[in-house]
Design a protein around this ligand. Structure first.
Ligand code: TYD
Length: 211
């Protein structure tokens, strides 16, 4: 099973992803935990260019292709092999981040992006995507530790508003894959909700396999 966590800045997604991994491993599942961009030597090198690069600006098309290049390597080296072994993959951000940030945020053509993403991921699609949704001002305010700020966090507020509403549009288009989880709740409440959603989804899959 392939699970992804998505959301705007400051949604607590990364900490929740790690909690989810611990919870699944406690139940005996073989879990691969990855985050994007990154996860292989090539992808980590690309992450460095994408997030920490300060010498000059990165063109929107260059940015798009770098995110896709990082993802292509991660899918082929780690995600696909783990799924083929029957394991669970938990990925902190995946192709939907590209639709939200480069598509809705930067304004690149969504249909073209979808075709490019099919190529980069070799058709690998999440079974379940959790959208940790949070109001943009609250999210950016939460991210007060500026040492963690990267090139994209520093975008204008309007950019982040387009990203958030883009995510909500994507979630509304596919209720079978996406579950929207309000992330402005206490941390433990969000964790419990995630466990409920993932637990139900695993049960349904198990039920289908036994039929
Ligand atoms: P990261 O430090 O991992 O932050 P976060 O905790 O928000 O996940 O930075 C990843 C940044 O890259 C984040 O601002 C979202 C952005 N991003 C894209 O613009 N497109 C993508 O395809 C991906 C995977 C991330």
């Amino acid at each position: 099973m392939f699970i992804t966590l998505e959301g705007p800045e400051g949604s607590g997604k990364t900490t929740q992803a790690l909690q989810l991994v611990v919870w699944l491993r406690q139940q005996g599942y073989d879990v691969l935990s990855v985050r994007e961009p990154g996860g292989t030597d090539v992808s980590d090198a690309i992450r460095h260019i994408l997030l920490d690069f300060t010498a000059g600006s990165i063109n929107a098309r260059t940015e798009l292709l770098l995110f896709c290049a990082s993802r292509a390597q991660l899918v082929s080296d780690r995600i696909k092999p783990h799924l083929s072994r029957g394991g669970i993959v938990v990925c902190d951000r995946f192709a939907d981040s590209t639709l939200a940030y480069q598509g809705y945020g930067r304004g690149l053509d969504i249909d073209f992006l979808k075709a490019l993403l099919r190529f980069a991921t070799d058709g690998v699609t999440p079974d379940l995507t959790l959208l940790l949704d949070i109001d943009v001002d609250t999210g950016l305010h939460r991210k007060t530790d500026k040492t963690e700020w990267n090139r994209l966090d520093a975008e204008e507020v309007q950019f982040h508003r387009r990203v958030r509403s883009g995510y909500l549009t994507l979630a509304a288009e596919d209720h079978r894959r996406w579950v929207v989880i309000p992330a402005d709740q206490p941390f433990a409440t969000v964790t419990t909700r995630i466990q409920q959603v993932v637990g139900d989804s695993l049960k349904r899959r198990l039920g289908r396999q036994q039929v």
